[in-house]
Write a protein that binds this ligand. Structure first.
Ligand SMILES: Cc1cc2nc3c(=O)[nH]c(=O)nc-3n(C[C@H](O)[C@H](O)[C@H](O)COP(=O)(O)OP(=O)(O)OC[C@H]3O[C@@H](n4cnc5c(N)ncnc54)[C@H](O)[C@@H]3O)c2cc1C
Length: 427
């Protein structure tokens, strides 16, 4: 009997689905994740090294996202979008992050403008007049995205306590006839110079204004008084091009509102998952670091010699540890995806912070383990692993939920119930 040729006898390694067991997905989820995977593998991954090296914005990837309809992923179906819910979006975002972290992270800023004004706003309290006004205005924003392929970003960081949720925004919007005049500065504004509209978080300029007076305004990138400034030469996530934005007496009409006045504060207080959309990118990076390690140790990384390193027991132990950490991360990621709702109970909020922290920190740890396990040749610039390592480091710096602030809140809120105080300690 003729021997079976070696290449047909050896089963190929099949990387995991980002959602683990894909059989549990809805048809829409499966289809959209598949669309993202196809784009990621064939378009984003081959371009990622160049955008990283040049710290250039991936306009080419955005053209592909637009052509694939993915810019409208969280635009409600009634407005011509794909109508993805929280769980669907985060899995798609993680799949994009698997191939290009910078694209996934900046895409998140765009998608948040649809999600916050979309199903999150729908879950919040508004007067009938506010609701009607919101419907009228968001139709304008969604038509720009669906019909014209416009891109929104989400600059809220200012370098003070506001982005950590501890003070009102320093960027001010003064109410004037027919709209607002915006003045201020935003740092780390992903998509600076690339977005068509900057979704700026600011404070309504009035005496005694507090965080309740937050406003969320879409400022056209080409409006008079908008300037992009500053260098962009960071450690990682270089393709996000997160430069500084200056707003100098920028007039925007009432229709710039992405949420009614006061609604952002309600959203931030009642729908905490709105801030958890930064971590899916890092779930994707964690998966990519693991995928690379398996491929590398099997001698199957394209463009490298087919040298196998998998037979060493220490490497097998390291891969086992990585797989355990990856599955722990995915389990929390998926639970978090399912938990999103308005007014979650305290336990859900604590789980959410724990999940966010875990994804951000484990992504970096998996990249660290990947480099240690694969060895010196694996961290050459010709391979993606060193970029994954640098990109992964950025996760736990993202406000409002940096790793430190997650720990801060978890420690305090797990030990104290609302309003509880300690008695003064006697000297
Ligand atoms: C690649 C990348 C892309 C980004 N894109 C965007 C974007 O599109 N939009 C946007 O708005 N921002 C964006 N950011 C900014 C990010 O969310 C943070 O705001 C930014 O990294 C904060 O930097 P900082 O040094 O000014 O932080 P600081 O405010 O100096 O904080 C430093 C650390 O101190 C801790 N800390 C801060 N405030 C408090 C407090 N009140 N109490 C206790 N601890 C505190 C936190 O752990 C924080 O990590 C991006 C950042 C990166 C790295």
């Amino acid at each position: 009997m003729a021997a079976v040729p070696a290449e047909t006898a050896v089963p190929a390694n099949v990387p995991s689905h980002i959602a683990g067991n894909a059989a549990t997905l809805t048809p829409l989820q499966r289809e959209l994740i598949g669309r993202a995977a196809e784009l990621g593998r064939t378009r984003f991954a081959p371009r990622a090294a160049r955008h990283d090296r040049e710290a250039s914005f991936p306009f080419d990837n955005y053209r592909d996202l637009r052509d694939a309809g993915l810019l409208a992923i969280c635009v409600p179906k009634s407005y011509g979008g794909l109508g993805a819910d929280f769980a669907t979006y985060v899995m798609v975002a993680a799949e994009i992050g698997r191939w290009c972290g910078s694209t996934a992270l900046s895409y998140n800023m765009h998608v948040c403008s649809c999600m916050w004004s979309g199903f999150i706003a729908d879950a919040l309290d508004m007067t009938p007049a506010q609701r009607a006004d919101h419907e009228r205005i968001r139709a304008i924003h969604y038509a720009r995205i669906v019909d014209e392929g416009k891109v929104y970003s989400q600059p809220f960081s200012e370098g003070g306590a506001a982005a950590a949720g501890k003070a009102p925004w320093g960027t001010l919007a003064a109410r004037v006839d027919g709209g607002y005049v915006v003045n201020g500065k935003k740092i780390f504004a992903s998509l600076a110079g690339a977005a068509d509209y900057y979704g700026v978080l600011c404070t309504l300029d009035r005496p005694g204004a507090t965080q309740r007076d937050s406003l969320y305004l879409a400022v056209p990138a080409d409006a008079k008084g908008v300037t992009v400034t500053g260098e962009w030469d960071p450690l990682g996530m270089r393709g996000t091009v997160s430069r500084t934005l200056l707003f100098d007496d920028v007039f925007v009409p009432d229709e710039a509102r992405l949420m009614p006045e006061g609604l952002y504060f309600q959203a931030a207080s009642r729908y905490p998952h709105m801030f958890a959309t930064l971590s899916p990118t890092y779930m994707g990076i964690a998966q990519a670091a693991y995928d690379f390690t398996v491929q590398y140790l099997r001698g199957e990384v394209p463009g490298t010699p087919p040298v196998k390193r998998r037979m060493y027991p220490t490497k097998q132990v390291a891969v086992a540890e990585m797989r355990i950490k990856l599955e722990q991360t995915r389990a929390l990621f998926l639970q978090n995806a399912r938990d999103a709702r308005v007014d979650p109970d305290k336990d859900t909020r604590m789980r959410l912070l724990a999940a966010h922290y875990t994804i951000m920190e484990n992504a970096n740890d998996l990249c660290r383990l990947a480099i240690r396990t694969c060895g010196g040749q694996s961290m050459l610039k010709s391979l993606p692993l060193e970029r994954l390592y640098r990109d992964s480091r950025c996760g736990s710096l993202m406000l409002p939920w940096t790793a430190e602030l997650c720990i801060d809140r978890l420690g305090r809120e797990c030990l104290y119930e609302g309003g509880e105080r300690d008695e003064a300690i006697e000297a």
